[in-house]
Design a protein around this ligand. Structure first.
Ligand SMILES: CC(C)(COP(=O)(O)OP(=O)(O)OC[C@H]1O[C@@H](n2cnc3c(N)ncnc32)[C@H](O)[C@@H]1OP(=O)(O)O)[C@@H](O)C(=O)NCCC(=O)NCCS
Length: 150
């Protein structure tokens, strides 16, 4: 595996990838929403950089009392299937454990089997469905992970 390292994400990181968010990462990210998220005191965002110091992934959670919600997790299109999302998700789970969070929740498009596989790999279980949640068309699968705190 290439050398990938995790860092806290800041506004400069977002500015660096601003113009390539859609082309290089995914079409459903929105700069303004990400910026608001990054600035929120309840959010924890991370980036992954490769050995050339380029950002190859980012992810974020929002903490509400003793629960966290996964807001984003995305790997640069050219770098997928190299274990980057696994690195980010395992890091975030450990972080939640450190913050005494009991549960991590998320929602994912039922068609996004790659993301669902990723979450299942880390023992998230399907706990419900939100009908026609995305664009009034696709259902959202609700998944959750109960974590033991260290
Ligand atoms: C989902 C996503 C983050 C995975 O990123 P990644 O860095 O390629 O993931 P990893 O290489 O760490 O793979 C993690 C697991 O995902 C699953 N997975 C990854 N690629 C897959 C593929 N092509 N087909 C099926 N499952 C796949 C596997 O379970 C894999 O674990 P394994 O390699 O041990 O089998 C990436 O595809 C992405 O950015 N998608 C667009 C954004 C998105 O949908 N985010 C989730 C929103 S809820």
């Amino acid at each position: 595996m290439q050398e990938f390292k995790i860092f806290p994400m800041n506004l400069e990181d977002l500015e660096l990838i601003k113009n390539t968010l859609i082309s290089d990462f995914d079409e459903f990210w929105n700069y303004d929403i990400l910026k608001t998220e990054l600035l929120s005191s309840n959010s924890k965002y991370i980036v992954v950089r490769n050995k050339d110091n380029n950002i190859v992934g980012f992810a974020g959670i929002k903490i509400i009392l003793d629960e966290a919600e996964i807001m984003n997790i995305v790997t640069k299109k050219s770098e997928r299937n190299l274990g980057i999302a696994s690195l980010m998700l395992s890091y975030l789970i450990k972080l939640c454990s450190k913050f005494s969070i009991n549960k991590i929740n998320l929602e994912v498009n039922y068609k996004n089997y790659i993301a669902i596989n990723l979450y299942k790999k880390y023992n998230f279980t399907e706990v419900g469905l939100r009908k026609k949640y995305y664009d009034n068309k696709d259902d959202a699968v609700l998944m959750t992970l109960s974590i033991k705190n260290t």
